[in-house]
Write a protein that binds this ligand. Structure first.
Ligand code: IPM
Ligand code: MN
Length: 370
């Protein structure tokens, strides 16, 4: 029987509560599809930092490289200044494990309400591929004359050709493989007949960020033309993308973008797919260890109340199973999530589901078990 070693970092706030439910789903899937999961928990997060001053020991980073995957709840604590835990735990893991892709599906399930009038599951179904290790996140910058009227603060977006190209290749491949229930999105009949198989939209800001997005645009064209002629290429400025995501989300199939823009547009994506209660993400190193997390954060005000929606964490476990190659198990998890939102939950909002966090986890796990 195949066994997966999974590191679990429940983290801060509601992280532990949602991860607990995600683990029920993982175990149910393992039971049904005949594999096993061995879980090892790590207590990194705000509480540990406040007690010990330690965020992430070097030895832990090395240890984490030995797992098949990492399952993360949330990082962020109201008692810790912003930036410390995020940089020293979450971003450090993304960088040191070289998880250069942040995969964020934006999929509206039947029965889930979206704030966008007249749009439904047929229109809202695309995936954002966010570069995950470069850009403004590189940490390049600093202050001079700090605290004086002459203060200067600089923070630089850094991109390398290799970093851009590997994200682009991943995105093109993904666009070629993606088969949503409504395939060939963004392609006209004539384009389909001519052999095109998917659509990839580069989101950038080539009219202002004329260095970094010029690099992206050249790579996009060169790699697309040479290696992926079957994928239709499109380009949007990021501001226009925000507009189209609301007005015509059906135009998108797969989006590839930089780290900062990807961070922003995926929160918008989460809202149109029904909110943070359902939005999942994967930090992927296609050649190494990947880390899966709900994208909603630690939601401190709901901590310990059994009110938070665990479906985003459960959907992150689905992404993990998919990445591990357990495709059937991943589909079973998705089916169970779909069933819960269509048949059971009154709303996806914390405290408004009509059930508690653990009850939702139980019903989904039971459904997965079949
Ligand atoms: C996300 C989060 C993180 C990011 C924060 C917590 C550092 O917003 O995963 O989208 O900016 O990447
Ligand atoms: Mn974010």
């Amino acid at each position: 029987m195949k066994k997966y070693n999974i590191a679990v970092i429940p983290g801060d706030g509601t992280g532990p509560e949602v991860v607990r439910e995600g683990i029920k789903a993982l175990k149910a899937a393992a039971g049904r599809f005949s594999f096993s999961v061995e879980l090892n928990e790590y207590d990194f997060g705000g509480e540990r930092y406040l007690e010990t001053g330690e965020t992430l020991p070097d030895s832990a980073v090395e240890e984490l490289k030995g797992y098949d995957a990492i399952y993360l709840g949330a990082i962020g604590h109201p008692g810790v200044a912003p930036g410390i835990l995020e940089k020293q735990i979450l971003l450090r893991l993304r960088f040191e494990l070289d998880q250069y892709i942040n995969l964020r599906p934006v999929k509206l399930y039947p029965g889930v309400s979206t704030p966008i009038k007249d749009k439904g599951p047929g229109e809202i179904d695309f995936t954002v591929i966010r570069e995950n290790t470069q850009d403004l996140y590189s940490g390049t910058g600093g202050f001079t004359h700090k605290g004086t009227p002459d203060e200067v603060a600089v923070q630089t977006a850094v991109y390398t050709r290799k970093g851009v190209d590997r994200a682009l290749r991943y995105a093109f491949e993904y666009a070629g493989k993606r088969r949503s229930p409504r395939p060939w999105k963004g392609l006209s009949e004539a384009e389909r007949e001519s052999g095109l198989k998917g659509q990839l939209t580069l989101v950038g800001k080539t009219n202002v960020l004329t260095y970094i997005y010029d690099l992206w645009e050249r790579g996009f064209k060169e790699i697309g033309e040479k290696e992926f002629p079957e994928i239709k290429r499109d380009y949007n400025h990021v501001d226009a993308c925000c507009m189209w995501m609301v007005k015509n989300p059906e135009w998108y199939d797969v989006i590839v973008t930089g780290n900062m823009f990807g961070d922003i547009i995926t929160d918008l994506g989460a809202m149109i797919q029904g909110g943070m209660g359902i939005a999942a993400g994967g930090n992927i190193n296609p050649e190494g260890v990947s880390m899966f997390e709900p994208i909603g954060g630690s939601a401190p005000k709901y901590t310990g109340k059994n009110l938070i929606n665990p479906l985003a964490a459960i959907a992150s476990a689905q992404l993990m199973l998919d990445e591990l190659g357990e495709r059937e198990a991943a589909s079973a998890v998705e089916d169970a999530v779909c069933w819960a939102v269509a048949e059971k939950l009154e709303s996806l909002g914390a405290g408004r589901m009509g059930y508690g966090t653990s009850e939702v986890g139980d019903m989904v796990a039971e459904r997965i078990s079949g």
